[in-house]
Ligand binder design. Structure first.
Ligand code: PGA
Length: 244
C-alpha cells in the first residue's frame, strides 16, 4: 500500500481522474468500479471532462457501481444509482451491456449479488477500483465486523452509516441495509485507490493506514492490497505520525 499526499481536494481529484483516464488509454476495455458519495464527485466530473476533451476512446470500458442502499428507488436523488446515472453513465452514454449497478429494489437480493459476482467474473475481474472511507472505516457497505473474504453481499447498516448517510437525502429516508461489493473483489482488483479529503477524515485515515489490520476497521484491508493507494489531501493526512 502506498500513501500519496496532495495539497488539497482539487489536486487529489485531478490526480485520480488523470490516472483513470490514462488507464483507459492504456487498456480501452478497462473494468472500472467506483463508489458514489461526496469524495469521488470531483474526480468523476474531471474524468468525464478529460475523456471527452482528450477524445479518449471509452466505448469499450465496463463500469461497476460499488454499492446501493437497499429499498431505495433509483430515482431518489440520494441513491448511488442516481449519482452514477447522472454523473457518469448518462454523460458518457454507456450502453446497458457496459455497466452493472445493483438493483436495490430486487425481490431476490441474493440473486442480485450473484448477478454482480458473475458479471465481474465474466469481465475477468476489476482492473481499477476507486473507493472512499466512511466515518466508521467502512468501504462501500463493508461495515465493521465484515469478513475480508466476502463477495457481493447484503448487510445491515451500522449506526454511523445510517446517521451519516442522511447527508445525501433531501427527504427523510429509512436506511437499514446495504448491498455491496465485498473485499474479495477489492483484494483481487488490479489497482485500488482509496480517497479521503478534509480534516473530518483524518482520524479514520490514521486508523486505516497505521492501525492494525482488522475486520473491526474495514478500511485497514488496504494494507493487504499489493497495488493499493491511499490518496489523501493535507487535512486528511494531518494525524499520520509517519512522514508520507
Ligand atoms: P463520502 O462517503 O465520500 O460522502 O464522505 C464515504 C463513504 O461513506 O464511503
Amino acid at each position: 500500500m502506498i500513501i500519496k499526499r496532495f495539497k488539497n481536494y482539487q489536486d487529489l481529484s485531478d490526480f485520480a481522474a488523470s490516472d483513470i483516464a490514462n488507464s483507459i488509454k492504456n487498456k480501452p476495455s478497462l473494468v472500472l468500479c467506483m463508489a458514489s458519495g461526496d469524495t469521488p464527485k470531483l474526480t468523476v466530473d474531471l474524468l468525464v471532462k478529460k475523456l471527452k476533451e482528450e477524445k479518449i476512446d471509452y466505448s469499450k470500458i465496463t463500469f461497476i457501481g460499488l454499492d446501493e442502499w437497499v429499498s431505495l428507488p433509483p430515482a431518489n436523488t440520494g441513491s448511488c444509482h442516481y449519482f452514477f446515472q447522472n454523473k457518469l453513465i448518462g454523460p458518457l452514454e454507456l450502453k446497458p451491456a457496459q455497466y452493472f449497478l445493483f438493483d436495490a429494489l430486487a425481490d431476490d437480493l441474493q440473486n442480485e449479488c450473484k448477478k454482480m459476482d458473475e458479471f465481474i467474473d465474466e469481465k475477468d475481474g476489476i482492473d481499477l477500483m476507486l473507493v472512499g472511507i466512511g466515518m466508521n472505516g467502512h468501504i462501500g457497505f463493508n461495515e465493521p465486523g465484515v469478513s475480508f473474504n466476502n463477495l457481493s453481499h447484503v448487510i445491515a447498516l451500522d449506526e454511523t452509516t445510517r446517521s451519516v448517510g442522511k447527508k445525501y437525502f433531501s427527504e427523510p429516508v429509512e436506511l437499514t441495509k446495504g448491498i455491496t461489493i465485498g473485499f474479495k473483489h477489492l483484494l483481487n482488483a488490479g489497482k485500488v485507490f482509496l480517497m479521503a479529503n478534509g480534516s473530518k477524515k483524518a482520524e479514520v485515515i490514521k486508523k486505516a493506514v497505521e492501525g492494525p489490520v482488522t475486520d473491526n476497521f474495514p478500511a485497514s484491508v488496504m494494507q493487504k492490497h499489493k497495488n493499493g493507494f491511499v490518496l489523501v489531501d493535507d487535512e486528511a493526512a494531518s494525524l499520520l505520525s509517519k512522514p508520507h
